[in-house]
Design a protein around this ligand. Structure first.
Ligand code: ZN
Ligand code: ZN
Length: 358
């Protein structure tokens, strides 16, 4: 870099491997032209690649449990340990690195994506976004509407020409108050009645446990923060279960599917689904039943929903790992600094044709 500086050349800097979303946020906040790039491949190919590098199944499992562990924000190491999912959610650019179709063409796909990316970094707006990027950007916009306090996900449904039919984000059914707007003390003091269910307001076991757990938050409440809570976590901690039935929210994909049934629209048989995460088992089943042909997703670790549901039977949706820019990088890379026509005009002085009187 220093050498380039003395020679009057520009530098592109690649930082190889950030471990934690907080490191990424630090750089994203300070460097305007910083792009967090996530490189991933379908999970089954990742497992084969690791096996080829002599990792045993046991070793892979232990790597996964560190990289995909449950984070406790009260534990100090959470802020420095590897958090792949957190980094994936914060990434600006996704490169997919699936196996090539031949030995010689192994890296062609990845090389093309990188070439495109660097061209856009050097010359924003030199080409326009792909249909995939445009659609994923809409899903990405939708996710910010989610009132879930643990995770925000966005989804989009298009027909097979990328014509947008519906959007959704994970949230409570319309009419229920989203988790981020509810407050523990409001429940116990009988305020904000509309925000809480009859079960929450009347079940004795629930209320007693809730009171007990509330002690933990007294200090935080004094700081003026809204102490909201996740009903599912409360319920599961009382009954020592890990039941997913008690989430208050619908998933982003479900909400997108339902938007069409709710307000009317056209059938989505043969259409595409975009999700800023990856479809869970329940949403994968709905997508399958609706005849969705392709699912574009970002998080490459979708549990068993691909192997068990998507790949079951004979009318399987095709799963494609998203590649492209979203969020701030979408705007940064695709907004031209000036209209190309103006640039050309400024660089090429006008030639006045001879013979025409001035
Ligand atoms: Zn929630
Ligand atoms: Zn789901």
């Amino acid at each position: 870099m220093i050498c380039n500086q003395t020679l009057g050349r520009k530098s592109l800097i690649a930082v190889d491997a950030l471990r934690n979303p907080l490191e990424a946020i630090f750089l994203q906040d300070r460097i305007t032209n910083f792009h967090l790039v996530a490189v991933s491949c379908p999970d089954e190919q990742r497992l084969i690649r690791l096996a080829l590098q002599n990792f045993s199944a046991k070793e892979i499992k232990s790597i996964d449990s560190t990289e995909y562990a449950n984070r406790d924000i009260e534990v100090e190491s959470t802020y420095s340990m590897q958090d792949i999912q957190g980094c994936l959610q914060r990434a600006d650019i996704y490169l997919s690195n699936p196996d090539g179709d031949s030995r010689v063409g192994k890296l062609t796909n990845l090389t093309n994506q990188i070439t495109r990316l660097i061209s856009l970094m050097k010359r924003p707006g030199i080409i326009t976004p792909t249909a995939l990027e445009r659609c994923m950007q809409i899903a990405y916009t939708a996710k910010l509407n989610s009132g879930c306090i643990s995770r925000q996900v966005g989804a989009l449904i298009t027909d097979n020409n990328f014509s947008v039919k519906a959007i959704g984000w994970n949230d409570t059914p319309h009419g229920h108050v989203p988790c981020n707007l509810r407050n523990r003390d409001d429940l116990l003091s009988g305020l904000d009645k509309i925000a809480f269910s009859n079960y929450e307001k009347n079940d004795e076991t629930y209320i007693n446990n809730f009171k007990e757990r509330n002690k933990r938050y007294i200090k935080i409440a004094a700081t003026g923060r809204n102490v909201s809570y996740c009903f599912k976590s409360e319920f599961n901690s009382i009954y020592k279960t890990n039941n997913q039935v008690h989430t208050r929210s619908l998933h982003a994909e479900e909400n997108a599917f339902l938007q069409i049934s709710k307000y009317g629209g056209q059938g989505i048989y043969g259409g595409f689904l975009f999700t800023t995460a990856s479809p869970c088992e329940l949403c994968a089943k709905k997508a399958y039943q609706l005849g969705i042909r392709k699912i574009f997703y970002i998080d490459p670790y979708p549990g068993i929903s691909i192997a068990h549901i998507i790949e079951g039977g004979e009318s399987n949706p095709y799963m494609e790992l998203f590649s492209g820019a979203i969020g701030r990088s979408f705007h940064k890379l695709y907004s031209p600094i000036m209209a190309y026509k103006d640039e050309l005009n400024a660089l090429a002085p006008e030639i006045v044709p001879k013979g025409i009187p001035a």
